[in-house]
Write a new protein. Structure first.
Length: 393
RNA sequence: GCUGGAGUCGUCUAGUGGCUAUGACAGCAGACUGUAAAUCUGCCGGGGUUCCCCCAUCGUAGGUUCGAGUCCUACCUCCAGCA
């Protein structure tokens, strides 16, 4: 489905955007869900991640109950298993995984960063050589191959194949890297031939203003269907650098296209991203934290750098053994409406998958609900108040 | 009752005279940002001034030895077989 972004309201003080991602069918008409509802989704939006064509521990129905818009899947993982051709033969990703809402596929660029150590990867102009973490097989991923795979997967939004440099990368490295990423974006765009699929460009440049500007302007000049800000939330990047990266990129992005902050994440980062004009986010954290026993809850805490960080409770902790209250009284998710902390504590202690399922539902719903609150605040021009309350309540 | 075997952390377990008694599980915490992650890390006899120090400790009590979880003796408990 092609996507059209409609900017509906911009917060008067902060510039935070409320809008809609409207998906269109092959005839350019508003696309519909199997139940007849329109495929229109409000932004700001949090997108749950389902790397291997499944949001871990959740059925599509359970994901849907969290009221998401777009969800993610991953090019690299599906290329490895089961293979893009098999997904294509199955009738595309939507049919294969029984998800009828929009799907965005990441390009595999992040995997080059995350799952190959420096010794195992070799980034060249042509593409990236690295070893499979599954079987040690030599792999070679190029911009053309990434786009070819995504074309076959038939996701709604394909991402350009970029290099995701570590936060520790220096200026000169980043400069060369973003220039190569631009050439890769160009090459990917050239071979992209799925008329029903959107292709997004990715802005890189670390925390440097001139690099972000350069990357953003050049990427926008290629005219993608949407734009994302990448290279943030890597290894031990500080929040300040992340926010700078957003601030230095957003001014060069067109108003009428979706803006996607890749890999983010924490409630505080969603809020700060929206304040800077970002529309959509994705992150593995709600589902991973869930599998590790953690529930997101309201409020903030500080990390060891003193930065504000998501508030959460670890349901494995002994103190919840007899806590017969929901994860959060105010939460409307399935887990909170039907189960107690004591029960989820029990499930997690017994390694029962249902515990991870309940916590995943809660955490995803938590972030989506946060987006809902931000949308309401922006619509009513009180996003600044929302921000103030977010930090002070 | 006799003969043989065995007792090591909450549980199981390594250990056959030599430095700080293994490892696993359980338990207690922590980390996690475009998912190599239902994973990883730390603690896990007691105490303290807790990247260091003190004390205790291999069923119990003695003994041999420079040195004992390990060898010897007695006792206790458990298991197996025989009565």
């Amino acid at each position: 489905m092609k996507v059209k972004y409609e900017l509906i309201h911009k917060d008067k003080i902060t510039g935070a955007r409320y809008g809609k991602a409207i998906f269109l069918d092959e005839n350019g008409q508003p696309a519909k869900n199997p139940d007849g509802t329109l495929q229109e989704y409000e932004t700001p939006m949090f997108m749950p991640v389902g790397t291997q064509a499944t949001v871990k521990t959740l059925s599509p129905e359970q994901v849907k109950a969290c009221k998401p818009g777009i969800i993610l899947a991953n090019t690299y993982h599906l290329w490895q298993r089961p293979g893009a051709e098999i997904v294509a033969e199955a009738g595309g990703l939507h049919k294969f995984m029984n998800w009828h809402g929009p799907i965005l596929t990441d390009s595999g660029g992040y995997q080059v960063f995350s799952l190959a150590t420096n010794k195992k990867k070799d980034i060249t102009e042509e593409g990236v050589h690295f070893k499979s973490e599954l079987n040690g097989a030599k792999l070679f991923l190029t911009p053309e191959e990434s786009i070819r795979i995504q074309n076959l997967l038939d996701s709604d939004i394909a991402m350009s194949f970029d290099e995701c440099p570590p936060a520790s990368a220096d200026y000169n490295y980043l400069k060369n890297s973003i220039e190569r990423t631009l050439r890769w974006a160009e090459r990917g765009k050239k071979v992209h031939n799925n008329k029903n699929q959107n292709l997004f460009g990715i802005v890189q440049g670390g925390p440097y203003e001139d690099l972000r500007k350069f990357s953003a302007e050049k990427t926008v000049a290629m005219d993608f269907d949407g734009y994302s800000i990448g290279g943030v939330a890597n290894d031990d990047e500080c929040k300040d650098d992340m926010y700078k990266a957003i601030e230095y990129s957003v001014p060069y992005l067109p108003e009428d296209k979706l803006r996607y902050l890749m890999g983010v994440g924490e409630p505080v980062d969603l809020v700060e991203g929206v304040a800077r004009g970002v529309d959509i986010f994705d992150c593995v954290s709600p589902t991973r934290l869930a599998r590790h026993g953690n529930a997101l809850i309201s409020g903030l805490r500080r990390n060891d750098k003193g930065e504000p960080k998501e508030n959460r409770i670890n349901l494995k902790n002994a103190r919840f053994a007899k806590d017969f209250t929901p994860l959060e009284d105010t939460c409307d998710c399935y887990a909170c409406k039907n189960y107690t902390k004591a029960y989820i504590h029990h499930l997690m202690k017994c390694d029962e998958t249902f515990g991870a399922t309940l916590l995943s539902i809660h955490n995803i719903r938590f972030l989506i609900h946060l987006c809902e609150e931000m949308r309401e605040a922006i619509k009513e021009d009180r996003f600044a108040d929302f921000l103030y309350n977010f930090y002070n309540l």
